[in-house]
Design a protein around this ligand. Structure first.
Ligand code: 13P
Length: 248
């Protein structure tokens, strides 16, 4: 039985001071054993938020990292740096990073491997554009992203990972995928994981839906067989996040 996981992706929001205010507002409301709860915070907020989350069951996540061990990569942050600061999860290959910062399946793959090497759990994102959906190539696109993103990763590592299906047309638009649309793609992701890594791995990997998840639509989305929780943007910055965690 897979445990549900609800992660808040704060994106580029909250200064360190504001981050601490948000943690204070939310932490008692979302501190639970029944669901894994993760706050994926901006890099500069990691150290203060790690301190503020001590004594809770809420896990800390980052939103990106570099795939090299260390070196001349100005502005980048390594897996070892995240790990030392108490980070457990790292979002990799979010569509915003693919669109604005040139991330490719190849760089995502390198990052997934480096994160796993350091004991971080990747939350690897995939998702189609509106054009791809309208052209009927959603499944091919998602299958390619999954196969390339996980290329050369060991099956037992894939089993520990989280994959987030985030249709790009549903992100920040208020236009959520229907429960059926979300389930159809999450089931297809599980199927491709099964084809490449075997049935046991497919059974264990956790698959989230993301894209305009809110306190109202979370219950029916998370009730679907292949949806193991959500990656939540806007609604993770508000007390509404409590509602979403309750449905996890
Ligand atoms: P919204 O929940 O704001 O649509 O963002 C989804 C997302 O991109 C989470 O990573």
């Amino acid at each position: 039985m897979r445990k549900k996981i609800v992660a808040g992706n704060w994106k580029m929001n909250k200064t360190p001071k504001e981050a601490l205010e948000l943690v204070e507002l939310l932490k008692e409301k979302v501190d639970t054993d029944t669901v894994d709860v993760v706050f994926c915070v901006p890099a500069i907020d990691i150290i203060p938020v790690a301190e503020a989350l001590k004594g809770t069951k809420i896990a800390l996540g980052a939103q990106n990292m570099h795939f090299e061990e260390s070196g001349a990569y100005t502005g980048e942050i390594s897996a070892a740096m995240l790990k030392e600061c108490g980070v457990q999860y790292v979002v990799l290959g979010h569509s915003e990073r693919r669109e604005y910062f040139g991330e490719t399946d190849e760089t995502v793959n390198k990052k997934v491997k480096k994160a796993l090497e350091h004991g971080l759990t990747p939350i690897m994102c995939c998702g189609e554009t509106l054009q791809q959906r309208e052209e009927g190539v959603t499944m091919e696109h998602i299958r390619t992203q999954i196969k390339r993103g996980l290329l050369g990763v060991a099956a037992d590592d894939v089993a520990k990972m989280v994959i987030a299906y985030e249709p790009i047309w549903a992100i920040g638009t208020g236009k959520t995928a229907t429960d059926e649309q979300a389930e159809e793609v999450c089931a297809a992701i599980r199927q491709v994981v099964g084809e490449v890594f075997g049935a046991e791995t497919a059974e264990q990997v956790r698959i989230q839906y993301g894209g305009s998840v809110n306190g109202k639509n979370a219950a029916s989305l998370f009730a679907k067989a292949d949806i193991d929780g959500g990656l939540v943007g806007g609604a993770s910055l508000k007390t509404e996040f409590e509602q979403i965690v309750k449905f996890g």
